[in-house]
Ligand binder design. Structure first.
Ligand code: HXC
Length: 510
């Protein structure tokens, strides 16, 4: 027995040593933590239960029979985040560059299967060079087994990926199939093929940072949902995100104690919207004043900033917030903003998270650039996403709700459950000047007539009343009471029961 225990301790120590002291020191020198250090930070202290520490690869080609490392480049298992079960795996860059072999894939598959069977979120910490080159098709097959499970778990349990080192090939495609991707500034990269392959194929010289650093994916491609300054900050923020998310599509919305009164009034909101309709204001100020304790977890804060998406809580329960941002491009909907908001709305609906939408939108962005990059299809994604949603929807029109964008932004017609308007709301096909220039073209040479027609249009349509008279808004509310009204609407909607007709799955315009 003593001998076995000694052997166990020795084998454990060998596994925990990963790729050895030198590679661990190199990992630290780059400002990165090791796989197990990351697990310790992600999970509640002492809760990590590791699986498969002794698994070894079975490859023999290219001298691999002489290279073994217990654990095979990935640390897997489960633990808790603030007491709630999660499954996790962390690539160990010190072992074969964290690359994926057949057995490495089997370890990940095991926790993927357990997460799905036990209806708990799964978090992947990526730091890896993709398929293990020495294994060839066995590694490719392993990746496909991971991808297949990503697809089956989608919409059933939350799947979160954190990119914490250079990631290529399959190690970017698996994250891309999950719900959220976060990166670490300066130490993480994501690309399908690295700078050397790019040089060979396209003769383009590019650095890893330029090709796939956090700035590229958080601001331009929209592949990543956020980036943090270092490993510690990233992992602590993932813990914060997990607190917002239900464990599965059949689990209840998590409820945390809140010291913020649901009936709290916020008088400063009465003056948030400037009198001049073309002057902007920051919709995030509104969001922060509405949610419990001002706690807002923004998703894609640096991408398509003309729309704001993220999680907050009202009376301790999670809500998804979507808001046009008048500070950026006057809050117009363009292709990027539409796909950003659509994906967020669909995530919320998968997990029955109520959606609160703040509307101040002058319409869709006109122009050849937008049309040629598919604004029709991207705009339709958002329209489709809101239309198919069965989760509770509460909408507040704060100012402009013009044209098609009025319809799209969780309008009553798209089964909005409770639709409020502030007294400053303007619900119309377009702004008064544009409208008059089209319908009274014959009077264009008579400025007095045009001014009178413009006033007439403003009085008729640039108020919430035309919509309220038709029941398209349920109530015109004082801005100061917004939190209270949202809280009571959400409380009323707790038992909402709405089902879409049966189908295999929908065909959202991708
Ligand atoms: C085996 C690998 C590896 C891989 C890295 N290593 N990637 N071993 N298979 N894919 C090993 C290196 O040999 C090295 O071993 C150690 O990991 C560290 O790698 P370095 O290159 O020294 O580190 P660095 O300079 O930081 O560069 C990291 C890197 C680079 C950018 C990830 O290693 C790289 O470009 N790797 C190959 C990426 C790639 O093309 N992968 C295949 C993708 S195809 P030693 O012993 O020296 O420490 C794919 C198919 C999936 O994934 C299909 C998707 C649909």
């Amino acid at each position: 027995m003593k001998h076995i225990l000694e052997q166990l301790a020795a084998r454990r120590a060998a596994a925990i040593a990963g790729g050895g002291e030198q590679r661990t020191a190199a990992q630290h020198a780059r400002g990165k933590l090791t796989a197990r250090e990351r697990m310790e930070l992600l999970l509640d202290h002492g809760s990590f239960e590791e699986f498969d520490m002794f698994v070894q690869h079975r490859a023999t080609d290219f001298g691999m029979d002489k290279h073994h490392a217990p654990g095979d480049g990935v640390v897997t298992g489960w633990g808790t985040v603030n007491g709630r079960t999660v499954f996790a795996f962390a690539k160990d860059f010190t072992v074969f560059g964290g690359s994926l072999s057949e057995t490495h894939a089997q370890k990940i598959n095991k926790v993927q299967d357990m997460a799905l069977r036990n209806r708990a979120p799964i978090i992947g910490l990526f730091d890896s060079g993709g398929a293990r080159i020495q294994e060839g098709v066995a590694a490719l097959g392993g990746f496909a087994e991971v991808f297949q499970r990503n697809a089956l778990a989608s919409g059933v349990i939350p799947q979160i990926s954190v990119i914490m080192g250079p990631c290529a090939g399959g190690d970017v495609y698996s994250p891309a199939m999950t719900d959220f991707i976060f990166m670490v500034q300066g130490t993480s990269y994501m690309f399908v093929t690295g700078p050397e392959v790019v040089k060979t194929v396209t003769n383009e010289t590019v650095t890893a940072e330029e090709l796939g650093g956090a700035p590229v994916h958080t601001t331009r491609s929209g592949v990543a949902d956020g980036a943090y300054n270092n490993d510690v900050e990233a992992l602590l923020q993932i813990r914060r995100l997990i607190d917002f998310l239900p464990s599965s599509n059949t689990a209840a919305i998590p409820e945390w104690p809140s010291f913020d009164d649901g009936g709290r009034c916020e008088p400063s909101l009465d003056t948030l919207v400037p009198e001049n309709p073309s002057r902007p204001y920051d919709v995030k100020e509104l969001i922060v004043k509405i949610v419990d304790e001002g706690d807002f977890f923004e998703i894609q804060d640096a991408f398509a900033r003309n729309v704001v998406t993220g999680f907050g809580r009202i009376e301790g329960r999670t809500v998804g917030l979507v808001a046009n941002q008048p500070l950026v491009l006057a809050g117009v909907l363009d292709s990027d903003a539409s796909r950003k908001a659509a994906r967020f709305v669909r995530f919320c609906d998968c997990f029955s998270i109520p959606i609160v939408t703040f509307v101040d939108v002058p319409g869709f962005l006109p122009g050849t650039a937008q049309e040629s990059n598919g604004l029709i299809k991207h705009g339709a994604k958002l329209l489709f996403a809101y239309a198919e949603t069965t989760a509770p929807k509460v909408t507040i029109i704060t100012r402009k709700a013009y044209g098609g964008a009025y319809d799209v932004m969780a309008s009553k017609h798209l089964r909005g459950d409770v639709n409020f308007a502030w007294p400053s709301a303007q619900i119309a096909v377009m702004g008064a000047r544009g409208a008059v220039e089209i319908i009274f073209r014959q009077d264009m040479n008579d400025p007095a007539k045009i001014a009178a027609r413009t006033r007439e249009y403003e009085e008729r349509f640039l108020s919430p009343f035309a919509a309220a008279e038709r029941g398209y808004v349920d109530e015109i509310i004082m801005p100061r009471e917004t939190r209270k009204r949202i809280a009571s609407a959400l409380a009323m909607l707790r038992n909402k029961d709405l089902q879409n007709p049966w189908r295999k799955h929908d065909n959202i315009p991708l």
